[in-house]
Design a protein around this ligand. Structure first.
Ligand code: FMN
Length: 184
């Protein structure tokens, strides 16, 4: 491939990442999971403090219990694998850790996509997060907010729903000064 073709390919890969909530039951092989964790480990963080740990969950009963915790992570129930992001400190208060958490989640999703594995973000509400901490034995001083469901996408699942597109670039981009559009 030419450099240009490589760049087009990589841009298409990045642009194509979608949130997948319905999965085939097939397990994700351990080397694939290891790749995701390796990419996560190398994620960048403010001052390189790496304020994170990961709980990898495959047990169906535990995944169901996590899915039932208050929040928006019901898709964990039928996923072959879940990764709960355990952040050091309190991301609700600490801007840097919140930024790091977002980068981390996105990187895991991209690494999954590179293997053809779909992923969904799930957020727990504060009470749900306490439930998750108790279920997984996560100690005080650690914060849980985000879990990722992972699995090979179910081809029978619905396609993208209305409203899942994106705003046009002309609504988003300003050239040189705010208010100067790209041509809309
Ligand atoms: C910060 C953040 C939190 C999210 N929380 C949830 C969630 O709790 N449950 C869920 O099903 N999806 C969650 N999502 C996924 C979004 O719904 C999804 O990215 C959006 O609908 C766009 O979907 P698409 O990327 O497939 O087009 C979250 C995404 C982000 C960026």
């Amino acid at each position: 491939m030419t450099d240009h073709a490589v760049a087009r390919d990589r841009i298409a890969f990045l642009r194509g990442l979608r949130n997948v909530r319905r999965f085939r039951p097939d397990p994700i092989p351990r080397p694939v999971v290891d790749d995701l964790l390796e990419v996560a480990r190398w994620s960048g963080s403010a001052r390189n403090i790496q304020p994170w740990e990961f709980v990898v969950v495959r047990d169906r009963e535990m995944l169901r219990a996590l899915a039932a915790a208050e929040g928006y992570a019901g898709h964990l129930a039928d996923a072959p694998l879940g990764i709960v992001l355990v952040m050091h400190g309190d991301p609700a208060q600490a801007t840097q850790e919140t930024w790091d958490e977002g980068r981390l989640a996105e990187r895991i999703m991209l690494a999954a996509d590179a293997h053809g594995v779909g992923a969904s973000v799930g957020w727990f509400r504060p009470r749900g997060a306490e439930t998750v901490k108790a279920l997984l034995g996560i100690p005080p001083g650690r914060t849980v907010r985000t879990a990722l469901s992972l699995g090979y996408p179910d081809p029978a699942a619905d396609g993208p729903k209305p409203g899942q597109g994106r705003k046009p670039i002309a609504e988003l981009v300003h050239e040189e000064r705010y208010g100067e559009g790209t041509g809309g």
